[in-house]
Design a protein around this ligand. Structure first.
Ligand code: G6P
Length: 369
């Protein structure tokens, strides 16, 4: 097993460090530099099919489900198609509205999650077109979906998902850009700009991984926090969900994601001396709004760890700690912003002496209800 870990203490850390490679493998073969298009092997939808889509459901469980909220923000903002991002166990029992003009995207690392599979079958029965974003080649979801877009993350051993999630985000970027292009919502120039940025993502992930010693120090400093709140707006809010989940899964800390603007409607009552708030600030246009929420929690005794874009140093006046991530196109911030969250949760779990790769009560793949 030590050999399989390739010199890392845990599979989770190895998988975190594999992400530049995973992102390259998932993105680059689909983005040829000599053509102004995205080659989505395995996707059969024509331009006419895409024009007919009247709504999109993105359905999944756990970490995979957080790809859905990112997808919702991206598709609705650019392509103006209504998107519902939903957890499979809810979707399957509420008689959702589906028809032959519905596109359903299911997301699954294992391709075997029982609730996600049930949701897929329901959608197919109603005539919706189902695309699977799947990591495990030949898995049940990959076989049963109408189309499959594989995430080339390779086998993920640690129960807590890291590299598979980054690959899912890449797949979501590709599908959402493809839809926007077919609908004429982005120009060739905008596409080229996004493609250049996608090509730059692996290097940018590397620069975040280079900060892992600093993030480790922060994790050890805050590992005994009793309550941790992850806050953000827009895409940052979507990313906050994954940050909080990682901390619950492997560090067993009580961690909750909140839309920053919702704090004053209840959660702020929970803030006290010693609470830790992780503030996500990668959406430039929402930066000031989230900073004002950070000031509110600071005034009530919270410690604040901010994840911000390089250069936005004014956050140092408000936050106790800041981790910077490289700048990119606003469309792609989620993947970069999530990497420090993974490293932070990993080192808190290590610092607390937990079994990082096999957390208590959790399974890698949930094939029963
Ligand atoms: C389990 C795993 C999670 C995963 C979820 C969905 O709960 O512990 O890491 O996100 O299942 O799994 P899937 O294979 O469908 O992505």
């Amino acid at each position: 097993e030590a050999a399989e870990k390739g010199g890392y203490d845990h599979f989770m850390l190895k998988e975190i460090f594999e992400q530049p490679r995973v992102v390259k493998d998932t993105l680059l073969p689909r983005l040829p530099l000599d053509q102004d298009e995205i080659l989505l092997d395995g996707i059969s939808l024509s331009k006419e099919d895409i024009e007919k889509i009247n709504q999109i459901y993105i359905v999944a469980c756990g970490t995979a489900s957080y790809t859905g909220l990112v997808g919702k923000y991206l598709v609705e903002r650019i392509s103006r198609i209504p998107v519902i991002s939903e957890i499979a166990s809810e979707f399957r029992y509420r008689d959702p509205i589906l028809d032959e003009n519905t596109l359903m995207i299911v997301v699954s690392q294992s391709g075997e999650t029982a609730d996600t599979l049930a949701a897929l079958r329901m959608a197919k029965k109603s005539g919706a077109h189902v695309i699977g974003i799947v990591n495990a080649v030949g898995s049940t979801i990959a076989r049963e979906a109408d189309d499959v877009l594989y995430t080339w993350a390779g086998p993920e051993i640690a129960v807590a998902s890291t590299k598979a999630y980054s690959a899912q985000l890449c797949a979501m970027y590709l599908i959402s850009i493809k839809i926007a292009m077919e609908l004429g919502k982005i120009s060739v120039e905008e596409f080229r700009e996004l493609r250049d940025e996608l090509y730059a993502i692996p290097k940018k992930i590397e620069t975040i991984l280079e900060q892992s010693d600093k993030i480790k120090e922060l994790a050890y400093k805050y590992k005994d926090s009793k309550n941790v709140f992850y806050i953000g707006r827009g895409l940052d809010f979507a990313v906050s969900m994954e940050g909080a989940l990682k901390l619950k899964e492997i560090a067993y800390l009580h961690a909750e994601p909140y839309a920053a603007g919702e704090l004053k409607h209840g959660p702020i009552a929970l803030i006290e001396d010693g609470s830790l708030v992780v503030g996500l600030l990668a959406q430039e246009e929402l930066f000031d709004k989230t900073v004002s929420n950070i000031k509110e929690v600071k005034a009530r005794g919270a410690k604040v760890l901010a994840i911000a874009l390089e250069g936005n140093t004014e956050i140092e006046k408000t936050a106790d700690e800041v981790i910077y991530v490289p700048r990119t196109h606003w469309y792609l911030t989620s993947i970069l912003e999530n990497i420090p969250q993974q490293i932070f949760a990993y080192y808190i779990a290590v610092g607390l002496g937990h079994d990082v790769d096999k957390p208590r009560n959790l399974a890698k793949s949930v094939t029963v209800e």
